[in-house]
Every structure is written in C-alpha cells, then in structure tokens.
Design a binder for this molecule. Structure first.
Ligand SMILES: [Zn+2]
Length: 354
C-alpha cells in the first residue's frame, strides 16, 4: 500500500480483512521481490538440485547417463524458474558448478583433474560437445518467448530483428533458433554422425569424443599435469600409454581391431581411430547399416579398450582378446538388429553369422 497514511492503511486492512504482507513472497510458486532478485530467493531451487544430484551420485552411472540426467531432470526442474525469471548470474554459476561436479564425479573440497571444459561440454555434437544446454543463454532464450508475446507491433525493432534472423516459423517463436543465436559457437567436426548414430551406444559415443579430443586421463597426460607415474601401457606392457597408443597403436588393441575387421570382411584398414573416423565420415551412404556396422564396431572397440585398461589398473581384473572380441560382436549385433530389423534382418543375420 503506497501513497496513503498509516491510519488509512489500517482502515483499509480492517474493512477488507486482508493481511498486509511483505516482499519477498511467492505467487503461484514463483518468488516475487520489490527489488533485484538475489541468491537467497533461489535457495529452494538450489537445495532441490543438490539433493537430487547427491542421490544420483550414489549410483554407478556412465557419462552418457549423467549427461542425459543433467539435460532432462535438472533442466526440467529449472525450466519453470527459467521461463518466468531472469535468474541472477551467481545462481546460474552455482547450478553449472553442481552439474559439472556431478558429471565428473568431483567431491566438494577435493581436487580432481577435469579434462574437458564445461563450455566445451555445452556445445552440440556437431561441434564436439555433449549437447548440454548453456544455461545462461537458455534462460535468456526462454524469456524471449515472453518478450515476443508482449511485442506484437509489426514496426517494433524486435519483430524486425526476428524476421531478419528467421526465428519465427509457422507463426510460432522457435526457441531452438533463438538459442542458436544466443549461444557461443565452436568449429564443426566432420565425424559427428559417425560417432553419434542409432547403432552406437551413447556411452561409447561419449568415450570416443573424449578420446578424439585427447581428454582422457591417460598416464602421459597425468604426468604432464604433475602426477609422476611410471608410464607403461597396462594392455601390451611394451610401450608408453597415450591416446595415440591406446587408439589403436597398441598391439592388444590392433589385434582385436584386425579380428573385428575380418568379421566385417574388411581389409587394409589403419591402426588409428582418428583416421578411421575421418575415412568413415567421408563415405557416401553413411546411414546404410553396413557403414553403421563399421562405425559402431569402432566406437565399441574404443570403449572396450578404455574399460579394459581401467579394469586392469583399478580392479586388477584382466580379460583376454577373445572375451573383448566376443563382447563387441555381441553388443554391435544386438544394436544393429534393433535398429534395422524391419528392413535388413536377413541380410544382417547372414553377415554377422558368416
Ligand atoms: Zn599397449
């Protein structure tokens, strides 16, 4: 109540039976304040997020699973707030920190080597990222929807800008197009479709992206960061461990790759994950099941090599070549049949069983 004396205020409250409230308060679940929004007003949201993340951190979830959780549940929870308020940068930074710690398994107060920057994780697959939303750009993007609803005059600069950048399609504002205008962009990669496809398991795709960008914690990288360890490949015990060596200069990896190539009736391929991916990316008919057979074998092999390396180092459990070949063949066959069973089932069964 403004502009009236205290006496009049009391009279109004008595007459109407209203109770005088104070800012900040919540209306339809949204915090309202007379001044700028501050961090304290978002304590509920931050607590809920932190609780959810702590809960999931107790389960063994792959990077791909965590990325999916961050994208769906966290942003679902946050979308309600994002769609109604311009959230203070400090709060968004905290949300980003929670998500980043959850993804890399970092515990508060403990140092952990993070190989890939958060901004790079927030890029789309075509730019070598994991398709996580850039939260600040996403908040602005959702609010643009409301500005659009308010600004209906055809001569407004906002409408002209919209038409210029083609963000309005079919009479509706396209959030994805606004988001594209607001987010930071990176250079595109050529092997995106080879790695992220309907046959490859998402956790294999994530591993291959990290391997291609040299973001895995291999011994040579750990030594470079100041951790002094004896550098010897645990798989072949013949050379130093590095990205180039593991994918796939290593004798152990090369031997498995050759057996998988024989299974796919391919000859004369290289011993480099990078060269194979570039070769596959340049092929025509990349979506044909045979092309996806090769690329999913490659991604499954890269994952299995890293998994075997970790198993030997951290659990002291060793598997032989036969075991890994059979496992990759089984996984790839199941995925191929699942993706293409309606059109190519007989052809696929003939090929994988011969
Ligand atoms: Zn080796």
């Amino acid at each position: 109540m403004g502009g009236v004396s205290e006496g009049v205020q009391h009279a109004i409250l008595e007459e109407t039976n209203f109770v005088q409230g104070e800012f900040p308060f919540r209306y339809l679940g949204v915090s309202l304040n007379e001044g700028r929004l501050n961090k304290e007003m978002f304590a509920d949201l931050l607590n809920k997020m932190q609780k959810a993340l702590h809960h999931w951190a107790n389960y063994k979830v792959s990077y791909a699973g965590k990325i999916s959780l961050i994208n769906t549940v966290i942003f679902g929870l946050e979308q309600f707030w994002c769609s109604t308020l311009l959230i203070p940068k400090g709060v968004l930074k905290l949300v980003t920190k929670f998500c980043r710690n959850f993804l890399w398994g970092t515990v508060e107060g403990q140092r952990k080597l993070i190989m890939k920057s958060w901004s790079s994780c927030c890029k789309p697959h075509i730019e070598g990222g994991f398709n996580i939303k850039e939260i600040l750009a996403w908040n602005k993007c959702i609010l643009c929807k409301w500005i659009w609803a308010i600004e209906t005059h055809a001569d407004s600069s906002w409408v002209i800008w919209n038409h210029t950048y083609n963000i309005k399609q079919g009479g509706k504002v396209q959030l994805s197009l606004i988001y594209e205008q607001l987010r930071d962009h990176d250079r595109k990669i050529s092997w995106e479709k080879t790695v992220w496809n309907r046959v490859a398991l998402p956790k294999h795709s994530v591993l291959v992206v990290l391997a291609m960008q040299h973001k895995l914690a291999t011994i040579d990288k750990l030594n470079y960061r100041g951790l002094h360890m004896v550098n010897r490949c645990i798989l072949c015990k013949a050379d130093n461990e590095s990205h180039q060596h593991l994918f796939f200069k290593c004798q152990f990896a090369t031997s498995i790759w050759n057996r998988l190539l024989k299974w796919m009736k391919l000859r004369g391929r290289t011993d480099s994950l990078k060269r194979e991916l570039h070769w596959l990316a340049g092929r025509r008919r990349r979506r044909h099941w045979k092309a996806q057979w090769i690329s999913s074998c490659l991604t499954a092999l890269a994952y299995s090599i890293w998994e075997e390396r970790n198993s030997r180092i951290f659990r002291d459990v060793e598997h032989n070549e036969d075991y890994i070949v059979r496992r990759v063949q089984y996984l790839v066959s199941i995925r191929l049949l699942y993706a293409y069973h309606s059109s190519y089932e007989d052809e696929i069964l003939d090929s994988i069983n011969s």
